[in-house]
Design a binder for this molecule. Sequence first.
Ligand code: ZN
Length: 310
Amino acid sequence: MTPLPSRAVIREVGLRDGLQSIQTVVSTERKCEWIAEAVAAGQTEIEVGSFVPPKLLPQMADTSDVLAFAKTLPGLKASVLVPNLKGAERAIEGGAHLMILPLSASHAHSLANLRKTPDEVVDEMRRIRAARDAEGSTTLIEGGVGTAFGCTIQGQVKHSEVLRLMQALLDAGADRVSLADTVGYADPASVSRLFEQALKIAGDRFCCGHFHDTRGLALANVFAALQLGVNRFDASLAGIGGCPHAPGASGNAATEDLAFMLQASGIHTGLNLSRLLSLRAKVVGWLDGEPTHGTLWRAGLPKTMAEAVL
Ligand code: ZN
């Protein structure tokens, strides 16, 4: 077995994956406060929003402003989700460090969510890459293959199809690729099988695992990926989020719980857990009764760790 990585990065996605799925609209000012405090707690990569039409997702209407603020924070890599070329043009214009084009390996989910087949999304990747290069922009492009372990509409999604689409995204110009269990169907054994194959295809260009905790396995799934050497994971503070096409879906792995698991396992994250817990309490206060998740906040840090992280 490969030794566990010595360091890992948690990419905060609560401001995008989390906020887009809940009713409460958090103000631009509070989003910026969240980002600033997350950076003060040691977070270095944050997905700050999504360039979708504001009519579809009013929660994301201020993404340009939030991105502009995030870019003022030294050392922070700010990413945005882009559903198409139009969104990518805004990400390039705003100087995002990274833009993520989501692709659903489930054809049914892809049509419901993006109104395109997966292969049409691959074509969009090609156009986005051309636009990025034509602008001479340094914005990196990630192809995020979602519903990689199955989907609530279609059911089974074959690993061979996930891997075919991942290869297609790389061939179409993605700088890097990631895999997402959008609806919480993954288990550690299936993560081991699929991620091993994905790493064979993408090597160093495989950059991130994204696990929803719908059935309580997000951290176990992260651990399975860690055992293969993967060392970047998406997570959402207080585990907020869901998916409009996945009834009952909960959010991502909770950032603070994932940070705790990594640090307790001796994996360096650069995160201050006490600060993350304070920020969690603040954000939960803003969300006014929306469902939140996670476990660490209930009992706090064990005595054996409390001193080590301050
Ligand atoms: Zn997600």
